[in-house]
Design a protein. Structure first.
Length: 246
Protein backbone atom coordinates (compact mmCIF):
# COMPACT_ATOMS: atom_id res chain seq x y z
CA UNK A 1 0.00 0.00 0.00
CA UNK A 2 1.18 3.52 -0.85
CA UNK A 3 0.49 5.01 2.58
CA UNK A 4 -0.04 8.72 1.71
CA UNK A 5 -2.62 7.83 -0.93
CA UNK A 6 -4.25 4.95 0.93
CA UNK A 7 -4.99 2.00 -1.36
CA UNK A 8 -5.12 4.19 -4.47
CA UNK A 9 -1.52 5.19 -4.97
CA UNK A 10 0.44 5.67 -8.16
CA UNK A 11 0.31 2.04 -9.28
CA UNK A 12 -3.48 1.87 -9.05
CA UNK A 13 -3.99 5.38 -10.43
CA UNK A 14 -1.88 4.67 -13.51
CA UNK A 15 -4.19 1.85 -14.62
CA UNK A 16 -7.47 2.93 -13.03
CA UNK A 17 -9.24 4.25 -16.11
CA UNK A 18 -8.55 1.03 -17.99
CA UNK A 19 -9.20 -1.38 -15.11
CA UNK A 20 -12.66 0.02 -14.40
CA UNK A 21 -13.81 -1.19 -17.82
CA UNK A 22 -17.49 -0.74 -18.54
CA UNK A 23 -17.82 2.13 -16.07
CA UNK A 24 -16.10 4.25 -18.72
CA UNK A 25 -18.48 3.36 -21.52
CA UNK A 26 -20.12 6.52 -22.94
CA UNK A 27 -23.64 5.30 -22.21
CA UNK A 28 -22.85 4.70 -18.54
CA UNK A 29 -21.10 8.03 -18.12
CA UNK A 30 -23.84 9.98 -19.92
CA UNK A 31 -26.60 8.41 -17.83
CA UNK A 32 -24.71 9.15 -14.61
CA UNK A 33 -23.95 12.75 -15.53
CA UNK A 34 -27.50 13.40 -16.78
CA UNK A 35 -28.98 12.05 -13.54
CA UNK A 36 -26.73 14.21 -11.36
CA UNK A 37 -27.10 17.33 -13.53
CA UNK A 38 -30.86 17.04 -13.14
CA UNK A 39 -30.55 16.99 -9.36
CA UNK A 40 -28.08 19.88 -9.37
CA UNK A 41 -30.69 21.99 -11.18
CA UNK A 42 -28.23 24.78 -11.92
CA UNK A 43 -26.43 24.58 -8.56
CA UNK A 44 -23.03 23.28 -7.47
CA UNK A 45 -22.04 19.62 -7.06
CA UNK A 46 -19.68 18.04 -4.52
CA UNK A 47 -18.06 14.73 -5.48
CA UNK A 48 -16.77 12.60 -2.63
CA UNK A 49 -13.93 10.50 -4.02
CA UNK A 50 -13.51 12.40 -7.28
CA UNK A 51 -10.62 10.18 -8.42
CA UNK A 52 -9.61 10.61 -12.05
CA UNK A 53 -12.72 12.63 -12.94
CA UNK A 54 -14.78 9.93 -14.66
CA UNK A 55 -18.03 11.61 -13.54
CA UNK A 56 -16.87 15.12 -12.67
CA UNK A 57 -15.59 16.06 -16.12
CA UNK A 58 -18.77 15.21 -18.06
CA UNK A 59 -20.81 16.88 -15.33
CA UNK A 60 -18.78 20.08 -15.75
CA UNK A 61 -19.36 19.86 -19.51
CA UNK A 62 -23.08 19.97 -18.71
CA UNK A 63 -22.60 23.31 -16.99
CA UNK A 64 -22.49 22.04 -13.39
CA UNK A 65 -19.67 23.48 -11.23
CA UNK A 66 -17.99 20.58 -9.38
CA UNK A 67 -15.76 20.56 -6.32
CA UNK A 68 -14.06 17.27 -5.43
CA UNK A 69 -12.63 15.63 -2.34
CA UNK A 70 -10.11 12.79 -2.57
CA UNK A 71 -7.38 11.32 -0.41
CA UNK A 72 -5.25 10.15 -3.35
CA UNK A 73 -2.95 12.72 -4.89
CA UNK A 74 -2.03 10.14 -7.55
CA UNK A 75 -5.66 9.83 -8.69
CA UNK A 76 -6.14 13.60 -8.68
CA UNK A 77 -2.98 14.01 -10.77
CA UNK A 78 -4.65 11.89 -13.47
CA UNK A 79 -7.69 14.19 -13.29
CA UNK A 80 -5.46 17.24 -13.64
CA UNK A 81 -3.82 15.81 -16.77
CA UNK A 82 -7.15 15.51 -18.62
CA UNK A 83 -8.65 18.33 -20.69
CA UNK A 84 -10.52 20.62 -18.30
CA UNK A 85 -9.32 18.73 -15.24
CA UNK A 86 -7.05 21.50 -13.98
CA UNK A 87 -10.07 23.82 -13.72
CA UNK A 88 -11.86 21.62 -11.13
CA UNK A 89 -11.21 22.54 -7.49
CA UNK A 90 -10.17 19.53 -5.39
CA UNK A 91 -9.64 19.26 -1.65
CA UNK A 92 -7.12 16.57 -0.68
CA UNK A 93 -8.44 14.69 2.33
CA UNK A 94 -10.75 12.03 3.74
CA UNK A 95 -14.19 12.56 2.21
CA UNK A 96 -15.84 11.39 5.44
CA UNK A 97 -14.51 14.41 7.33
CA UNK A 98 -12.91 16.98 4.96
CA UNK A 99 -14.66 20.34 4.82
CA UNK A 100 -15.25 22.56 1.78
CA UNK A 101 -16.39 26.18 1.75
CA UNK A 102 -19.94 26.93 0.67
CA UNK A 103 -22.97 24.72 0.12
CA UNK A 104 -24.04 22.46 -2.73
CA UNK A 105 -27.22 21.41 -4.49
CA UNK A 106 -26.03 17.81 -4.76
CA UNK A 107 -23.30 15.69 -3.21
CA UNK A 108 -22.54 12.29 -4.66
CA UNK A 109 -20.51 9.16 -4.00
CA UNK A 110 -20.48 6.65 -6.86
CA UNK A 111 -19.11 3.25 -7.96
CA UNK A 112 -19.21 1.55 -4.51
CA UNK A 113 -16.93 4.16 -2.95
CA UNK A 114 -18.95 4.29 0.30
CA UNK A 115 -17.50 0.82 0.94
CA UNK A 116 -13.96 2.24 0.98
CA UNK A 117 -14.89 3.49 4.44
CA UNK A 118 -14.27 0.31 6.37
CA UNK A 119 -16.18 0.98 9.61
CA UNK A 120 -19.80 1.83 10.28
CA UNK A 121 -18.69 4.92 12.22
CA UNK A 122 -16.81 6.25 9.18
CA UNK A 123 -19.81 5.64 6.93
CA UNK A 124 -22.09 7.49 9.36
CA UNK A 125 -19.57 10.35 9.48
CA UNK A 126 -19.65 10.50 5.68
CA UNK A 127 -23.42 11.01 5.67
CA UNK A 128 -23.13 13.75 8.27
CA UNK A 129 -20.35 15.43 6.30
CA UNK A 130 -22.37 15.30 3.08
CA UNK A 131 -25.45 16.67 4.84
CA UNK A 132 -23.43 19.54 6.32
CA UNK A 133 -22.39 20.60 2.82
CA UNK A 134 -25.89 20.51 1.32
CA UNK A 135 -28.14 23.52 1.00
CA UNK A 136 -31.76 23.06 2.16
CA UNK A 137 -33.51 20.88 -0.41
CA UNK A 138 -30.17 19.49 -1.63
CA UNK A 139 -29.57 15.80 -2.29
CA UNK A 140 -26.97 13.19 -1.41
CA UNK A 141 -26.58 10.38 -3.98
CA UNK A 142 -24.88 7.02 -3.52
CA UNK A 143 -24.33 4.26 -6.10
CA UNK A 144 -23.34 0.95 -4.50
CA UNK A 145 -23.71 -2.78 -5.02
CA UNK A 146 -26.00 -5.06 -3.06
CA UNK A 147 -23.83 -7.45 -1.01
CA UNK A 148 -23.65 -10.71 -2.94
CA UNK A 149 -24.17 -12.98 0.04
CA UNK A 150 -26.72 -15.02 -1.92
CA UNK A 151 -23.79 -16.30 -4.00
CA UNK A 152 -22.05 -17.76 -0.96
CA UNK A 153 -22.34 -21.56 -0.75
CA UNK A 154 -23.20 -22.84 2.72
CA UNK A 155 -20.14 -22.81 4.94
CA UNK A 156 -18.00 -20.73 2.56
CA UNK A 157 -16.99 -17.07 2.58
CA UNK A 158 -15.28 -16.60 -0.81
CA UNK A 159 -16.85 -15.45 -4.10
CA UNK A 160 -14.60 -15.52 -7.20
CA UNK A 161 -15.35 -12.85 -9.80
CA UNK A 162 -12.52 -13.21 -12.30
CA UNK A 163 -10.53 -16.25 -13.42
CA UNK A 164 -8.02 -16.36 -16.28
CA UNK A 165 -4.70 -18.11 -16.96
CA UNK A 166 -2.81 -15.17 -15.44
CA UNK A 167 -5.26 -13.46 -13.09
CA UNK A 168 -7.54 -14.57 -10.28
CA UNK A 169 -9.80 -12.25 -8.31
CA UNK A 170 -12.12 -13.05 -5.43
CA UNK A 171 -14.05 -11.38 -2.61
CA UNK A 172 -13.87 -12.59 0.98
CA UNK A 173 -16.85 -11.88 3.25
CA UNK A 174 -17.16 -11.80 7.03
CA UNK A 175 -20.91 -11.84 7.60
CA UNK A 176 -20.52 -11.15 11.33
CA UNK A 177 -18.71 -7.82 10.88
CA UNK A 178 -19.70 -6.90 7.29
CA UNK A 179 -16.01 -6.65 6.51
CA UNK A 180 -15.02 -7.78 3.04
CA UNK A 181 -12.00 -7.56 0.79
CA UNK A 182 -11.31 -7.80 -2.92
CA UNK A 183 -8.23 -9.89 -3.56
CA UNK A 184 -6.17 -10.14 -6.74
CA UNK A 185 -3.51 -12.67 -7.72
CA UNK A 186 -1.74 -11.93 -11.00
CA UNK A 187 1.15 -13.59 -12.80
CA UNK A 188 3.51 -11.02 -14.34
CA UNK A 189 6.65 -12.17 -16.14
CA UNK A 190 6.34 -15.57 -14.53
CA UNK A 191 6.02 -14.23 -10.98
CA UNK A 192 2.89 -14.09 -8.86
CA UNK A 193 1.73 -10.81 -7.31
CA UNK A 194 -0.98 -10.44 -4.66
CA UNK A 195 -3.03 -7.38 -3.70
CA UNK A 196 -5.91 -7.03 -1.26
CA UNK A 197 -8.22 -4.04 -0.74
CA UNK A 198 -10.53 -3.92 2.31
CA UNK A 199 -14.14 -2.73 2.21
CA UNK A 200 -17.24 -2.72 4.38
CA UNK A 201 -20.45 -3.75 2.66
CA UNK A 202 -23.65 -2.00 3.62
CA UNK A 203 -27.35 -2.67 3.06
CA UNK A 204 -29.88 -0.15 1.67
CA UNK A 205 -31.83 -0.12 4.94
CA UNK A 206 -28.64 0.58 6.88
CA UNK A 207 -27.84 3.49 4.57
CA UNK A 208 -31.34 4.85 5.15
CA UNK A 209 -30.71 4.84 8.90
CA UNK A 210 -27.37 6.59 8.41
CA UNK A 211 -29.20 9.21 6.36
CA UNK A 212 -31.78 9.64 9.10
CA UNK A 213 -29.02 10.17 11.68
CA UNK A 214 -27.63 12.90 9.40
CA UNK A 215 -31.01 14.63 9.07
CA UNK A 216 -31.70 13.36 5.55
CA UNK A 217 -34.70 11.45 4.21
CA UNK A 218 -34.99 8.99 1.34
CA UNK A 219 -36.32 10.63 -1.80
CA UNK A 220 -35.90 7.86 -4.37
CA UNK A 221 -34.09 4.58 -5.01
CA UNK A 222 -33.42 2.98 -8.39
CA UNK A 223 -31.69 -0.04 -9.86
CA UNK A 224 -29.44 2.25 -11.93
CA UNK A 225 -28.86 5.68 -13.39
CA UNK A 226 -31.62 5.32 -15.98
CA UNK A 227 -34.16 4.86 -13.19
CA UNK A 228 -35.01 1.20 -13.58
CA UNK A 229 -37.18 -0.03 -10.67
CA UNK A 230 -35.27 -1.30 -7.65
CA UNK A 231 -36.36 -4.86 -6.80
CA UNK A 232 -35.30 -7.82 -4.67
CA UNK A 233 -33.28 -9.03 -7.67
CA UNK A 234 -31.32 -5.79 -8.10
CA UNK A 235 -27.57 -6.17 -7.78
CA UNK A 236 -26.93 -2.49 -7.07
CA UNK A 237 -28.85 0.68 -6.32
CA UNK A 238 -28.71 4.42 -6.86
CA UNK A 239 -30.25 6.09 -3.84
CA UNK A 240 -31.10 9.76 -3.32
CA UNK A 241 -31.58 11.31 0.12
CA UNK A 242 -32.84 14.86 0.54
CA UNK A 243 -32.06 17.53 3.12
CA UNK A 244 -35.39 19.00 4.25
CA UNK A 245 -35.98 22.55 3.07
CA UNK A 246 -37.68 23.62 6.32
Amino acid sequence: MDEPDGYFGERVAAAYDESSGDMFEPGVIDATADFLAGLAAGGRALELGIGTGRVALPLVRRGVPVHGIDLSRAMVARLRAKPGGDAIDVTIGDFATAKVEGTFSVAYLVFNTIMNLTTQAEQVACFRNAAAHLEPGGCFVIEVIIPELRRLPAGQNVVPFQVSPTRWAFDIYDVATQETSSNYVEVVDGRGEYRSIPFRYVWPSELDLMAQLAGLRLRERWDGWTREPFTSESRRHVSVWEKPAD
